[in-house]
Design a protein around this ligand. Structure first.
Ligand code: FAD
Length: 437
């Protein structure tokens, strides 16, 4: 008896319920990944990371006696074709939440029915499955705190080890992974399950200082595991269990990830439409300002530092994400969808649920219970980068400006300002904000 396991963004062998269960129940298992040309263009950074992760997955599966079968094209058509070729009776994959994934699941359902294949979805992309927790009123949690309480109290599923062996049917052509594509960010990290597990082990002792330090822009005290969670090189349950304290501020962040996944499952229009029922949207369109923001040339140092880190590393500190996104929407009044698109192109961890959920939170159209909160980028910079080290790291034009003065170059003495090759701040629409007066 044979099953096909379709990998999507769960590129690992440890704690992979679809793989582990199929290996236990079937004599032969065909691990499959379908390179979908519709996704390849979205982000060169992520495409490179994906290919690295696929190469690592293939190595891991070979180590277990199996292999990773690679096909190109439409994932549904290729899965059904391969199942026919190997005489499979079942198809297994991890359940996912985006509109793209939901459509793929529906089409797979129809085609599996037609071809008498048993289709089964498994958990594994989140700690707690979307839909597993629901409030007394409504189908999903709209507010984080009660979700977090229910999530922490929930008995999580048992973590699974890697299968001891994977047996492929004889004679399946496995296909070649194309040459590694280039990304756009010179300092992007490399993908793969081994790399992910090494990083988790290395970072684990630092969790003790996470609560105090994670907002410090220059301190860089966060795990940087997000790209690995995005591609499933690590199971989120493995990461949560590694910390062994559900109340830790770090595990709470993993809960935010689950939270936005259950929001996306219930509201798949999240990347396009305001989530909050009575949200009013009056965004401007200003191509020059949007480009200056995207390229890190707004003249507001902390924003430029963040956007340059994004372009250099394909990753950005969470506090810098809050500041750059708050500046785009609340200061410049530009549409969160335009900012979201720029992030989505560059981020290695770029993910529909987390990206859209957070952009909407910042823009006040999403899950924030205080959608009209004020935003002052200079105060944020002074609080989270008090001596300006983060700004000087990413904006070398300001390297000669000492201390926190670097956050407001427009207040420097004229003579000094003229020596700096750095633009004046963009003029926000409406009244001049306090920090610029
Ligand atoms: P850590 O602080 O070490 O946190 C551990 C893990 O918790 C992260 O890897 C991530 O999986 C999860 N997490 C942490 N914060 C959040 C959060 N606010 N929402 C959801 N999950 C969280 N995260 C993405 O993974 N993909 C995105 O596309 C994305 N877009 C964002 C856009 C904006 C405007 C903002 C404000 C935040 C966004 N985030 C996104 C959330 C967060 O900034 C990143 O997850 C975090 O910075 C990743 O770094 P880390 O792994 O060192 O995080």
């Amino acid at each position: 008896r044979t099953a096909v396991v379709l990998f999507t963004r769960d590129l690992r062998v440890h704690d992979h319920p679809a793989l582990a269960t199929s290996c236990a129940a079937f004599d032969r298992v065909v691990p499959l990944y379908v390179l979908d040309p519709a996704l390849a263009e979205l982000s060169p950074n992520r495409t490179r990371f994906l290919h690295q992760s696929l190469a690592a997955l293939r190595e891991a599966l070979r180590g277990l006696g199996g292999d990773l079968v690679l096909r190109h094209g439409d994932p549904v058509a290729e899965t059904i074709r391969l199942a026919g070729e190997v005489g499979a009776e079942a198809v297994a994959l991890s359940a996912d939440v985006s509109r793209y994934a939901a459509r793929r699941a529906r089409r797979l359902g129809v085609e599996c029915d037609r071809n008498r294949l048993h289709l089964r979805f498994f958990p594994g992309l989140t700690v707690v499955e979307p839909g597993e927790l629901s409030p007394a009123s409504g189908d999903h949690y709209r507010v984080f705190s009660p979700y977090h309480r229910a999530w922490s109290a929930r008995q999580w599923r048992a973590e699974l080890s890697a299968p001891t062996s994977v047996t492929l049917p004889v004679g399946v052509p496995v296909g070649r992974l194309p040459a590694l594509p280039s990304g756009e960010s010179p300092d992007a990290v490399a993908g793969g399950e081994d790399e992910a597990r090494r990083r988790l082990a290395r970072w684990r002792p630092d969790v003790a200082r996470y609560g105090d330090r994670h907002d410090d822009l220059a301190g860089d005290a966060t795990s940087r595991l997000s790209p690995y969670l995005r591609f499933g090189c690590l199971s989120p349950l493995t990461v949560a269990n590694a910390i062994d304290d559900r109340e830790s501020p770090f595990v709470r962040q993993l809960c935010w990830r689950d939270f936005y996944h259950q929001v996306t499952a219930a509201f798949p229009d999240l990347p396009r439409k305001a989530y909050r029922r009575r949200a009013t949207e009056h965004w401007r369109y200003d191509e020059q300002a949007l480009t200056a923001w995207a390229q890190g040339r707004t003249g507001l140092p902390v924003v430029d530092a963040g956007m340059r880190q994004l372009r250099a590393q394909g990753w950005l500190h969470n506090r810098a994400r809050l500041i750059t996104a708050g500046y785009l929407t609340k200061t410049l009044g530009l549409d969160w969808r335009d900012g979201q698109a720029v992030y989505f192109r560059w981020l290695l961890d770029g993910d529909i649920a987390d990206n859209s959920g957070n952009w909407q939170w910042v823009a006040g159209t999403g899950n924030d219970t205080r959608p009209y909160r004020g935003f002052n980028p200079v105060r944020q910079a002074e609080r989270y980068d008090p001596d300006g080290a983060y700004v000087r790291r990413w904006v070398p034009e300001l390297a000669s400006v000492a201390g926190g003065a670097v956050h407001q170059p427009w207040r420097l003495p004229e003579a000094l300002r003229r020596t700096l090759d750095y633009p004046p701040p963009l003029e926000p629409p409406g009244d001049t904000p306090v920090w610029l007066r």
